[in-house]
Design a protein around this ligand. Sequence first.
Ligand code: SF4
Length: 72
Amino acid sequence: MTTKKTCTQLREVAIELGDCRLCQGCVDLNPDVFEWDDNLDMPYVCRSQVTEEEVQDIMNSCPEGCIVFVDC
Ligand code: SF4
């Protein structure tokens, strides 16, 4: 039997913009973590310290897998 570990520690999240297809999915799903830069026309991280749980869904659903942890 496997047990699921829930991590409540804060981690540093980032967007790998080179692969981003600008779908705005991250901004729609986590507007308190990701915002849209209207000048550059791309998403950016507005709050980089997050729990894994907070960004789990967008990490799994970003079409290009651009949402990554950069702290390890
Ligand atoms: S969900 Fe992924 S591909 Fe879409 S805008 Fe966000 S980072 Fe880019």
